[in-house]
Design a protein around this ligand. Structure first.
Ligand code: AHM
Ligand code: MG
Length: 335
């Protein structure tokens, strides 16, 4: 029975049969992400001690190199998924190319690939602001037991079988979907267990928060400029409130709970926007749609964008359905 004191481990087992494919492989995969998230969380929580324990590049007291946290997180997620032999390939925002995992072995029937941003918003770490991990899971399109190929990773977001994020915030939470709604689990750090704290998360249809880096205002497309002005006008439930953490996971998480819109448009400095389609936008778009929200590049549904390269960037507008509709209206009218 789903209940607020259910652990993530129990939830995964209980919901295994409702997954599209029920071999148990996807459950084991999410379990591995849960494990790596706890390890990374432990390290992120110590980040403020950097002056005491040494900064990245230093040698620590045990004579080990101190790693930058984003490199550490990348290694931990890749190691955990590799060692447990659950996936056949991983692509990471931190790696130039995808990593194949024993995929050429004909006895290896693993069928999932993971795309991951191991520590998003990592520039926030130095100032003790929340960061996150974002992940996206697909079934490979090439046959199991053959080398994994680029086309296994370059799939449209609509083909995702699961996606989620971990937010290392005031509490650490793991939020994910397997295509059957969105559920959020909060870590009890005393015992290292995630508990179902936010069942069936949904974006309110309307919201009153807009999240965008307004420092780039002059560089934005006219449609976005006009939409921002619309958010600021005094009329009806407007002006909206501006909230921008600069950490996608945290901005998204707050907007999902309170109702809001996140935008990272294109501009002359970022001609395709800043955020990566495969590691950031697709997983967030899948979560948004599963939570009754919406995500697009202003014109096209994010999950319908055909990927052409691993590190592709796209403009991203995501959040409460009516707010995204309105922003798209401005984009269509003014471009
Ligand atoms: P990163 O992957 O280099 O950490 O960049 C992604 C982050 C997002 O979390 C955040 O929303 C955005 O970059 C902030 O960018 P900016 O500082 O340009 O507003
Ligand atoms: Mg990132």
């Amino acid at each position: 029975m789903a209940g607020k004191n259910q652990t993530l481990g129990e939830f995964i087992i209980e919901n295994q049969d409702s997954f599209k494919y029920t071999s148990g492989e996807l459950s084991r995969l999410i379990n591995s992400i849960r494990l790596a998230a706890k390890v990374v969380n432990h390290e992120v929580n110590k980040a403020g001690l950097v002056d005491i324990t040494g900064a990245a590049g230093d040698i620590n007291i045990q004579g080990e190199d101190q790693q930058k946290l984003d490199v550490y997180a990348n290694d931990k997620f890749i190691q955990t998924l590799t060692k447990r032999n659950i996936v056949c390939g991983i692509a990471s925002e931190e790696e130039d190319d995808f990593v194949a995992i024993n995929s050429q072995d004909e006895n290896n029937q693993n069928k999932y690939v993971v795309l991951i941003d191991p520590l998003d918003g990592s520039s926030n770490i130095d100032v003790n602001v929340s960061v996150g991990t974002i992940f996206s899971i697909f079934r490979r399109v090439t046959p199991a037991g053959t080398p994994v190929k680029l086309e296994d990773f370059l799939q449209k977001g609509s083909k995702q079988v699961a996606a989620g994020y971990v937010v290392y915030g005031t509490s650490t939470m793991l939020v994910y979907t397997t295509g059957d709604g969105v559920n959020g689990f909060t870590l009890n750090p005393a015992i290292g267990t995630f508990y179902l704290s936010h069942p069936n998360m949904t974006f309110p249809e309307d919201g009153n928060i807009y999240s965008v880096n307004e420092g780039n205002y002059l560089d934005f497309p006219l449609g976005i400029k006009k939409y921002i002005k619309y958010c600021q006008e005094e009329e009806g439930d407007r002006p909206y409130t501006s909230r921008y953490i600069g950490s996608l996971v945290s901005d998204f998480h707050r907007n999902m709970i309170k109702g809001g819109i996140y935008m990272y448009p294109k501009g002359s400095r970022n001609p395709n926007g800043k955020l990566r389609l495969l590691y950031e936008c697709n997983p967030m778009a899948f979560l948004a749609e599963q939570a009754n929200g919406k995500a697009s590049d202003g014109y096209v549904r994010t999950m319908d964008v055909e990927p052409t390269e691993l590190h592709q960037r796209v403009p991203f507008i995501c959040g409460s359905r009516n707010m995204v509709d309105k922003a798209e209206e401005f984009m269509r009218e003014f471009g």
